[in-house]
Design a protein around this ligand. Structure first.
Ligand SMILES: [Zn+2]
Length: 144
């Protein structure tokens, strides 16, 4: 569908605000969609694994007590996979937000200083919401 956003040539050539071209936006969108697909695949694989684990447990009650001894490590494993899933799920949310920001035309701006975030940085971390300078400043303020 053709978008009807019309930006007059003159306004486009004005110095500010600096912005990414529609081509750039599409490029970022593709980048984000690709990452999203990758994560979704990873998550569905995770869902398969956890499903089969549950079936194993519920399908064979007689050996359940034998499994009890392993519960400690199982819990650890479960926690690890859960951590993975929640981390990936969170990243997925960030990617979704980035996509809606592209739609809204607000993508690529630093949330702190309002400057355009470097293209290289966005290629590396498409979910960036701060420019390098602000990110560094923040890290210095909150050392871990
Ligand atoms: Zn900034």
């Amino acid at each position: 569908m053709a978008t009807k956003v019309k930006i007059p040539e003159a306004a486009q050539k004005q110095q500010e605000p600096e912005r990414y071209s529609p081509d750039d936006s599409e490029y970022f969108r593709k980048l984000i969609l690709e990452r999203r697909e990758k994560i979704k695949k990873g998550l569905s694989k995770f869902a398969e694994v956890s499903r089969s684990t549950v079936q194993e447990y519920s399908g064979n009650h007689s050996t359940y007590s034998l499994h009890m001894a392993d519960q400690g490590t199982d819990a650890q494993e479960r926690e690890k996979t859960f951590m993975f899933a929640s981390r990936e799920g969170r990243y997925l949310k960030y990617l979704d937000r980035a996509l809606s920001m592209i739609d809204a035309g607000t993508y690529g701006y630093c949330e702190s200083c309002g400057q355009l975030i470097q293209k290289k940085r966005l290629e590396l971390v498409p979910t960036s919401r701060l420019c390098v300078a602000c990110k560094l400043k923040l890290e210095q303020q909150n050392p871990k």
